[in-house]
Design a protein around this ligand. Structure first.
Ligand SMILES: *Cc1c(COP(=O)(O)O)cnc(C)c1O
Length: 402
């Protein structure tokens, strides 16, 4: 880490030959405050989007007290960083050893599941001397549609509404607090996704006739990428808040969400160098095995900008990228819009890589460990209008137990 900087400053002063990660703690703070102040419930950070310790500490300092973790490695990581954070183990299929360590060693009390078998596994793994735990919050993951989202999460996990009743009954029996969780898919393009999912939650509650203490609407809140126009996040919050108020849940029921992308996308960008130009193809020094996995594999269109002292006057045209490895698959189709005169030796900033970008780097082929620099300038796009001067306000903790 070095002193605060900008993309242009880093390119000019260091002429880096490796990709440089530019991190913007101020953007992460702004996103966290936005959720803490405006979401009508509690916001859990989904750690898989970006497990950077610096980011996690920044979110904690900005009022994010709860963390959605999905592996024992994430449990250990966050517990090591934040001894007082509340960790929620929200992977519906967990090894018994991971559940036991999370409960007995790291104080985890909240677990998600989507089958009766997983309820039994959790009950067995959290028992002490044959006595069942009396302090579990169990969240049943419901399968909902990903129709409104850019990245589906609809097939792997979740019990369908029609099969949910036995799972809800088993979880109710074993739990101190019962929750229903879902995920509408990542980058949900419309708030309607949550309204539709909450209608399924209502149907599941009515069919099972159980008392529910937690409604967890998951992640999916969008960030700003080229060509993906979404409603303002406040609209999502309003739709969710209204639907939650109408649910037949216990009087003291809590509303949770689990943003990953929305809390981390603006945190990081990557400064790359063009090593070669071949027509409209640019050979750059980061790629599919680095921070650009989603650009290569699901054609995600990250924002790009030419970083030059003297702004180019050339008209923008569409480029595709090759990454640094020897692999043909290390290819990002784009089109990424850049001035037509971009050439070898130029630097590019690729934005919004704080979510599912930096987190997915590998060291394949000897590429992948560049420097990290704190940037003080603005991210390439921002969804948040809360200013730095707004003081952090932590939602008062309301006990789940009623
Ligand atoms: C990935 C994931 C999230 C975060 O999703 P985003 O779309 O990044 O907000 C939240 N909850 C669960 C269970 C997840 O798997």
């Amino acid at each position: 880490m070095h002193k605060p900087s900008t993309a242009l400053g880093v390119a000019r002063d260091r002429i880096p030959s490796q990709p440089v990660t530019l991190v913007r703690p101020h953007a992460a703070r702004r996103a966290a405050r936005f959720f803490v102040e405006k979401f009508p419930g509690r916001s859990l950070y989904a750690v898989k989007a970006n497990p950077s310790p610096d980011l996690i500490r920044t979110l904690w300092d900005s009022g994010i007290t709860h963390y959605d973790v999905a592996s024992i490695t994430e449990v250990r990581l966050v517990r090591g960083l934040l001894p007082h954070a509340t960790l929620c183990f929200m992977h519906p299929v967990k090894p018994a050893e991971a559940i036991a360590e999370a409960y007995h060693v790291h104080g985890v009390r909240t677990f998600s599941l989507d089958s009766v078998e997983e309820v039994d596994k959790i009950v067995a793994a959290t028992a002490t001397d044959g006595v069942s735990a009396a302090d579990l919050t169990l969240c049943v993951r419901l399968r909902v549609s990903s129709a409104h989202s850019k990245l589906s999460l609809a097939t792997k996990f979740g019990v369908g509404v029609d099969e949910a009743a036995p799972v809800l009954h088993a979880a109710r029996q074993a739990a101190d607090a019962l929750g229903i969780a879902f995920h509408v898919g990542s980058q949900a393009m419309s708030p309607q996704a949550y309204a539709d999912a909450l209608a399924l939650v209502r149907a599941a509650i009515v069919a099972a006739g159980v008392t529910v203490d937690v409604i967890d609407v998951g992640g999916g809140f969008p960030s700003i990428y080229p060509g993906m126009a979404t409603a303002p996040i406040e609209r999502y919050f309003a739709v969710i808040g209204r639907a939650f108020e109408d649910l037949p849940v216990s009087y003291s029921a809590e509303l949770w969400c689990e943003p990953g992308r929305a809390l981390s996308a603006e945190y990081a960008s990557v400064l790359v160098r063009v090593e070669k130009r071949r027509g409209d193809e640019l050979f750059i020094n980061d790629g599919a095995y680095g921070a650009l996995f989603d650009a290569a594999h699901i054609d995600w269109r990250f924002p790009v900008a030419l970083v030059r002292e003297q702004e180019s006057r050339a008209k923008p045209v569409g480029f595709s990228f090759y990454g640094p490895t020897c692999d043909d698959m290390d290819y990002m189709r784009g089109p990424f819009m850049l001035p037509a005169d971009v050439q070898a030796g130029d630097y590019l900033e690729i934005g919004m890589l704080g979510a599912y970008g930096c987190a997915m780097r590998t060291a394949f082929n000897g590429f992948g460990n560049g420097e990290t620099v704190i940037a003080s300038d603005e991210p390439m796009a921002s969804n948040y209008t809360v200013t730095e001067a707004t003081p952090a306000k932590v939602t008062p903790l309301r006990e789940v137990r009623s």
